[in-house]
Design a protein around this ligand. Structure first.
Ligand code: WQD
Length: 345
């Protein structure tokens, strides 16, 4: 049995960390990525960490012919981890068709090509965004919490893609799928050789914090301190990207060893602990010793107040736990920012 894994979006943020963990566990990896939101030098970072270079094919998953050629060139793919997608929530509101085309079209192509080429295992990157704002009875959120109407086209593509996978699995009895719903991934590899490469002004909290710490942004804006939370700022479940990457290896192992109990399995990937925006900022200042000038401004449209995971199913069934201390995670984010900006200690 081959142990080659196709990783779409494998030069991206979560993809690159997952490629490292897969290779360190002995998997061979072929990456399919069109570099639309990543950089070819990521391969150097992966090689520097692992000591081997993953195979790389520069291809858009929407390009059926060339994407299909990859399956002919690599006839022995044991499973696929599908990260490739557009992921900016705000942009998806401006350009919904781009998001539906990219995110839904890519998955449809991939599932067709998997079927045609007898590839039977897929791990899909989904998001806690499918839960929207759970009511108090559903916090922390487990996998049985109700799916809420999506707040953005981006979120809707995640819901639609989960449905597409379920429908295709129903029609294709030998297809196995693992849907991983991520909470808020943060941090970078401890080597500082790979990390997040945000495009332009970051939307997400951590890249904005590290860029402010590096002096690229004058001030962090904290979006609201009048929420119904202990300090008034929003609460999220921030999960270390390396812990998250390791969960993908567990998910692939489980499918390849035929241990999955259901044809489609869903797991929440979070720490089980909610942290507020102000807690993150204060912890970052404490562990790095770097000041973060910030101001409290109004709420950001579309933000939910609080959500964090109940990761018990992933803990028990996958034998996986996100247990890296927050201090280490925040330091890894800062070390990566310093590496990017060539800041010395
Ligand atoms: C976290 C908290 C902000 C920036 C989004 C997507 C989700 C996803 C991850 C993607 C919130 C606050 C932020 C800032 C702030 N998936 N904040 N000042 O909104 O939980 O999730 O990104 O690929 O689908 O919705 O993450 O990092 O944007 O925000 O105060 O400059 O930080 O209001 O409370 P979010 P985030």
């Amino acid at each position: 049995m081959s142990n080659r894994i196709l990783v779409t979006g494998g030069t991206g943020y979560i993809g690159s960390h997952t490629v490292v963990e897969l290779m360190q566990q002995g998997y061979d990896v072929v990456i399919a990525d069109n570099l639309s939101n990543s950089n070819i030098e990521v391969l150097d970072g992966i090689e520097a960490i692992v000591g081997r270079r993953p195979d790389f094919v520069n291809v858009d998953c929407l390009d059926y012919v060339n994407f299909g050629r990859l399956f002919t060139d690599y006839p022995n793919i044991a499973g696929v981890i599908h990260f490739a997608a557009s992921k900016a929530v705000g942009e998806s509101v401006e350009k919904p068709l781009l998001y539906y085309r990219n995110n839904v079209g890519s998955l449809v192509n991939l599932l067709e090509l998997m079927n045609k080429n007898d590839v039977h295992n897929i791990v899909f990157s989904s998001s806690c965004t499918v839960y929207g704002q759970p009511d108090a009875a559903h916090l922390p959120v487990d996998e049985a919490a109700p799916i809420q109407p999506a707040l953005s086209p981006y979120g809707n593509t995640k819901q639609i893609n989960e449905d597409i996978i379920r429908d295709e699995a129903h029609a294709t009895p030998d297809l196995h799928a693992t849907i991983l719903r991520y909470f808020n991934p943060i941090g970078a590899h401890p080597s500082a050789k790979i990390g997040e490469l945000p495009n332009g002004v970051p939307n997400n909290l951590l890249p904005f914090v590290t860029q402010t710490a590096a002096g690229l942004r004058p001030m962090l804006r904290v979006f609201g301190n009048d929420y119904n939370t202990p300090d008034g700022s929003c609460i999220r479940d921030y999960i270390y990207v390396v812990d998250l990457a390791k969960a993908h290896v567990k998910a692939i192992d489980r499918m390849l060893k035929h241990k999955a109990q259901d044809q489609v399995e869903v797991f929440n990937l979070g720490t089980g602990r909610g942290l507020s925006v102000l807690e993150i900022v204060n912890e970052f200042i404490k562990v790095t010793g770097v000041e973060i000038p910030y101001e409290i401004v109004g709420r950001r449209e579309g933000d939910i107040e609080q959500v964090w995971a109940n990761p018990a199913k992933a803990n028990q069934v996958l034998g996986w736990k996100a247990d890296t201390p927050t201090a280490d995670v925040l330091l890894s984010a800062w070390n990566w920012e310093k590496h990017l900006r060539k800041i010395d200690d």
